[in-house]
Design a protein around this ligand. Structure first.
Ligand code: FAD
Length: 420
């Protein structure tokens, strides 16, 4: 949309209250709708799906980790290079604010032993129901089955079951989500539309994803679905304890997701990366080595390993799988393998399976007010922007925070345009 287009659009949308179109009814779009509705703006939320916030509802299936209880300064570090850009948004909506937001919707939360915050009900539907009712009370209109196709001159163009619909608005928020789980609505079909208008977009990559590993048929058959508990890996120079799951294709689960971004980038750039796992995080190489040394030489490898280290089942299987000659190694070499087992990765799992995505509208394509630099009057928020974060409630926190920050930007924009 050119400045002339926008002026014409403003002219065609003269109403007593400013009219705002929010495209995308996920957490980012709904939070913006709430802020704008409260400010007296006339808000319509458009979504391609038959109902809004389907990804939020799916997130509820695993308990809905809405935010993290760690100190705000630490939470801000979870967004890597994007942390600086997101700072204003996150400072204006901290983890405590997200908890207060849930409480305001009548949703009681608790903090788990990991510091993650969940609704007591461990699902999203009560929160979403209460939120949509509150939005309706603010006069926010929701139009589903409206799939945004781009701009037609001055207007937004939607495809609907009743044919094409043109919408004029004083300002627009795009909150179309990332590229994971496309069947829930966020299918990234907007990428060519915005790219054609000169918006710079970083290619989407899977985030918080599993990886393919070339398991032997025997290993996959025996251990697919097995959880690997009480293990650790190194992330950003820190030792992180947790667990992961062996799948038929490879590995997935919280510990894999936590270290996913650097592994994915190395794998995509060089074709090589390995997940390094410590199978006995509470013991040193020396202690393991001494214990292995004490075992009778006539014992089988499995028995020696189990008696000396307590490792059996899938952990013993992983050692054999990743180091085929493991049984012939001396005590110290075996202990070293246990403490830093390298599982070679073949590729990240497809983005359609990932919890979230990296990539999207580059942060230098939007201003501090979240307005697209090349499309005045059009703002963007949520996962469609180029930031990523591990699981831990950071994704929803940042989607809510950027939705709110974009709404503040839109209010300033509307204020400027309507002031004499
Ligand atoms: C399995 C799973 C579990 C998760 N669990 C958690 C968790 O516990 N904690 C956490 O913090 N995060 C979690 N997430 C991530 C979190 O749900 C997302 O980061 C968040 O929903 C993104 O919000 P958003 O508003 O940016 O986009 P979305 O929630 O993706 O919403 C975008 C909306 O835009 C609509 N849309 C897209 N294109 C168009 C178009 N062309 N026209 C009209 N409408 C369109 C879509 O239909 C959708 O409703 C999880 C994700 C998944 C997949």
């Amino acid at each position: 949309m050119t400045e002339a287009d926008r002026q014409a659009l403003m002219g065609s949308a003269r109403h007593s209250a400013p009219q705002v179109a929010i495209v995308g009814g996920g957490p980012a779009g709904l939070m913006a709708a709430e802020m704008l509705g409260r400010a007296g703006v006339c808000v319509t939320v458009y979504d391609a799906m038959p109902s809004v916030a389907r990804k939020l509802l799916l997130a509820g299936k695993s308990g809905l980790n809405i935010t993290h209880s760690e100190p705000h300064e630490r939470l801000r570090t979870r967004f890597g290079a994007a942390g600086d850009f997101l700072r204003d948004a996150l400072d204006a909506m901290t983890g405590r604010d997200v908890e207060a937001f849930a409480a305001g919707l009548g949703v009681e939360t608790f903090t788990g032993s990991s510091g993650r915050v969940f609704p007591v009900a461990m699902k999203a539907s009560p929160l979403l129901r209460a939120w949509l009712a509150r939005l309706a009370g603010l006069g926010v209109t929701v139009r589903t089955r409206h799939s945004w196709k781009g701009f037609d001159g001055q207007a937004l163009l939607f495809e609907t079951p009743d044919g094409p619909v043109h919408v004029a608005a004083d300002a627009v928020l795009l909150a179309l989500g990332g590229a994971s789980w496309p069947r829930l609505g966020s299918d990234a079909a907007w990428v060519p539309v915005l790219a054609e208008r000169g918006v710079t977009i970083a290619p989407f990559r899977p985030a918080n994803c599993g990886f393919d590993v070339c398991w032997s048929a025997l290993f996959a058959e025996r251990f697919a679905g097995a959880p690997v508990k009480s293990v650790a890996t190194g992330i950003d120079g820190r030792v992180v304890k947790g667990e992961f799951v062996v799948t038929r294709h490879g590995i997935e689960g919280s510990l894999v997701y936590a270290g996913c971004a650097p592994l994915r980038d190395r794998l995509l750039e060089t074709g090589q990366a390995a997940f390094i796992v410590d199978l006995a995080p509470d013991r040193t190489v020396e202690a393991l080595s001494a214990s292995l040394h004490r075992q009778a030489p006539k014992l089988s490898f499995s028995n020696r390993l189990r008696r000396a280290t307590g490792l059996d089942g899938v952990k013993a299987g992983l050692l054999r799988e990743a180091v085929p000659d493991i049984a012939g190694r001396d005590a110290r070499a075996l202990a070293q393998c246990i403490k830093a087992l390298a599982i070679p990765l073949a590729s990240p799992r497809p983005i359609a399976e990932a919890i979230s995505s990296a990539g999207g509208i580059r942060l230098d394509a939007i201003g501090a007010d979240y307005q697209l630099k090349v499309l005045p009057g059009v703002f963007a928020a949520g996962e469609m922007l180029d930031w990523e974060a591990p699981t831990g409630g950071y994704l929803l926190t940042a989607c809510l925070a950027t939705g709110a920050q974009a709404a503040r930007g839109m209010l300033a924009f509307l204020g400027e345009k309507t002031s004499p």
